[in-house]
Design a binder for this molecule. Sequence first.
Ligand SMILES: Cc1cc2nc3c(=O)[nH]c(=O)nc-3n(C[C@H](O)[C@H](O)[C@H](O)COP(=O)(O)OP(=O)(O)OC[C@H]3O[C@@H](n4cnc5c(N)ncnc54)[C@H](O)[C@@H]3O)c2cc1C
Length: 396
Amino acid sequence: MNTSAGAATKAPAEVGADVAIIGGGLAGAAAACAFARRGISTVLFEPRAQSDGLLSCSADSTTPRLMAGRRAKCCGHCLHGRVRASLAALELTDCVDRIAHGRTTRARIERRGVPALEFELADPGFVVRRDELDPALLDEARRRGVVIIAQSARWSPRENLVRSDSVECRPKLVVGADGLSSRVARDAGLVEHGRQGRRFGLAFDFEADAELADALVEEGTIRMIVADGGYLGLVRERHAVHAGLLLDAKVSARDALARIGTEHREIGAIPQSILHQALACASGAGPIPFRTTSAWSDGLALIGDAAGYVEPFTGEGMTWAFESAALLDAAVAASTSLDAVPARYGALRSEALAWTTRRCRAIAWVVARPRLVTAALRFAQCAPSISRRILQGVVR
Ligand SMILES: Cc1cc2nc3c(=O)[nH]c(=O)nc-3n(C[C@H](O)[C@H](O)[C@H](O)COP(=O)(O)OP(=O)(O)OC[C@H]3O[C@@H](n4cnc5c(N)ncnc54)[C@H](O)[C@@H]3O)c2cc1C
């Protein structure tokens, strides 16, 4: 089958598949792996995939080439340890272990004028690069028999037709995994109108000499700096630093970094030439939060960010992507037909993720009010062990 975008002028070829997944990020690729493992015919549409095997990570992945091109995804690259249960259920543990670049064991929260709060993570996480993880999962899906179409697709709910430039499909189940501001969710009428967020994410990487990298963030630590108008997260991968910024609308990344640089000397010490180049290769996402009214409707399940995304501060996004794929898989296992899957998935999802979602909303509410963060950090100085315990429960 010709899956290249050049086939746009021909009539679309019909693909027979029981499940069509729109979006091949972590959520879509993980779900595709799960369907294929159950012997369910699955087609996945992802414009960033390549039709002849996958992507870009260099054979010598001990040398990060983070500055080589535009960054693949807007992500801080910190994967929670909690994800292990979902990876095991999806039989994807090896896939992540193969590409993980180290563990995160500590987190530090900082705010100008108050001593930082540092604590051990209850469940150590992983540093993963999205330009490696997403392709590895798509490769695994392909290996399990999923048909991957390297094009974007659109679902028409009325005709139940999923269509890309060269392919169309009438599946029994559509899975919307197309990320923040999901088109699938909008076409299904599942987006909460008027309640979308006003913050934007930006992520970039740069290489620093050992001295600067050590000053910015030690290996194994997740460093979060809360400032007026947004925050900056940093994590190390040997001599490379991964940075994620969340900013209020109208705050430019350059201004935010300059302000954070005046408050934290080592950030101000990053050479302008490096920052300039890193920002030129940065990837963006938003608006955040993205809210949906429901994660399912007849014939449709939304997973990953497409089902709603709260906030990068807690680093829940990738874990939710895997967890929602695992919940969808559990719904398939518990259903007698694909028709019954969406409602079952909705019920399992509410049960499993409702508390986490509320917790993340509460954290987002606090973090968007830097004065509250200052007050919380002051309280932490007075009652350090209570604060650490609360944080270990909150930032899990
Ligand atoms: C600044 C920032 C920092 C973050 N840091 C972290 C972190 O450290 N840890 C963490 O766990 N999470 C983090 N996140 C969140 C995390 O990146 C997301 O939650 C995660 O990528 C969600 O995965 P997904 O598969 O749902 O969506 P995505 O990874 O966005 O994948 C969606 C896919 O759908 C494809 N697509 C879109 N439209 C179509 C279409 N019409 N047809 C076909 N395909 C389509 C896209 O090409 C894309 O590949 C961060 C987010 C931001 C903004």
